[in-house]
Design a protein around this ligand. Structure first.
Ligand code: KG4
Ligand code: ZN
Length: 367
């Protein structure tokens, strides 16, 4: 829908706010008339310390923590960028999907700034922001195939343009980041689990345990990680108490199974993308979301891309995990198409990126 609009050839400076999960973030980004982007500031404060005692994100604690620091971070981002509110062309804030309390904090703050300074306001889809980040970092234009792997989402999407997404696959149970976090908890590793599992796996012998490689060979490029998680739990229980070596070996076997499953699913999605976009369309695989920080996964996907004639793109680590530069950038891209939202724009805790995607078969499907 959105990409049919004519692009505006104007420079735009946009303030972005992100509060959908456990990172509070504010950033200022500029979009040049030729479509290139530049980050003027990018301030992120993580709430990991507050959530660590509970081994996961507690929504009420998250919302309070956003309230306490969003105004301070916004002031920091503006100062670092060297701009005043009068220099802004728009304000963008995450409207969803995510935890409702945090979303309300960010959206209301963004609307208040827009209202006070008579600026256009853009209610941003968090996953669209992850999806468009390569436009900011590398100037890559759609179409491309996107693997989005975060704490809440695991999806394969054809990005056809701003606002035009075709979901090919999703998880039928846990998100990949969630599987990393739960595995870390089972193994007594820290929170957040992804980096802890990756660290532990470094010295481990993956071949010691034969864990399932979910969904490999299935026609549709969907994902499933619940069975793998159960297998990790059973393995850990069988050989308990766990030595440091045992933990490293299980972590390595888990990571290996994940990488095998995800690369197989991506290979299938590449075939479908060629069918849908045509043989002659450019071939780009983009990874985004927190789990895209995983080095083992990146290496495997880079290799797969090389074998299939795809160019591989992964944003720098600090732009893979949640940040506000991507929110500001998604706002700037929408603004360039003449799109903005009213101050009555609602928060949308559940908000599918591709509203036409059929549900995946299985229980507990995530949008
Ligand atoms: O995109 P993100 O910052 O937040 C959202 O969920 O939106 O992703 C966070 C997720 C967490 O589950 C975290 O454990 C995972 O990304 N993660 C990793 C790594 N770094 C972060 N998973 C595997 N390996 C990593 N190095
Ligand atoms: Zn995210």
């Amino acid at each position: 829908m959105a990409d049919n609009h004519e692009r505006r050839a104007e420079r735009a400076v946009v303030l972005g706010l992100e509060t959908s999960c456990d990172e509070t973030a504010a950033a200022v980004v500029v979009r040049e008339p030729d479509g290139r982007g530049r980050i003027l500031s990018n301030v992120v404060r993580t709430q990991w310390e507050q959530h660590r005692p509970y081994g996961g994100v507690v929504p009420e604690i998250a919302a309070r923590a956003h309230v306490e620091c969003l105004d301070i971070l916004t002031a920091e981002a503006m100062q670092e960028a060297g701009v005043g509110f009068g220099d802004l062309d728009a304000v963008a804030a995450t409207a969803g999907p995510g935890l409702i309390g945090g979303l309300i904090v960010g959206l209301i703050t963004g609307k208040a700034i827009a209202l006070a300074h008579r600026l256009p306001f853009i209610a941003v889809h968090h996953l669209e922001a992850h999806a468009l980040t390569v436009g900011l970092t590398e100037g890559l234009c759609p179409p491309y195939l996107l693997l989005l792997v975060s704490g809440g989402h695991t999806q394969l999407i054809i990005v056809r343009g701003v606002g035009r997404y075709e979901r090919l696959g999703t998880t039928i149970d846990d998100a990949l980041g969630e599987a990393f976090d739960k595995t870390a908890k089972l193994l007594g590793l820290g929170f957040p689990g992804g980096p802890a599992v990756e660290q532990a796996a470094r010295g481990g012998k993956a071949e010691r345990f034969n864990l399932p490689r979910p969904m490999i060979g299935r026609e549709e490029p969907h994902f499933s990680f619940a069975g793998l998680k159960t297998a990790v739990r059973r393995t850990a229980e069988r050989i308990a108490p766990l030595s440091e070596e045992d933990v490293a070996d299980i972590a390595a076997a888990f990571e290996e199974a994940v990488v095998a499953s995800v690369t197989d699913r991506c290979a299938r999605a590449m075939d479908i993308a060629v069918e849908r976009l045509g043989q002659d369309a450019p071939r780009h695989l983009v990874v985004a979301g927190g789990v895209a920080a995983n080095e083992h996964l990146r290496t495997a996907l880079r290799e797969l891309s090389g074998e299939r004639g795809y160019a591989f793109h992964a944003p720098p680590l600090d732009l893979c995990t949640d940040n506000a530069a991507m929110i500001a950038w998604a706002g700037a891209e929408r603004l360039a198409l003449g799109l903005s939202d009213g101050l009555d724009a609602p928060v949308r805790p559940r908000w599918p990126l591709d509203a036409n995607a059929p549900p995946a078969i299985g229980a507990g499907v995530k949008a």
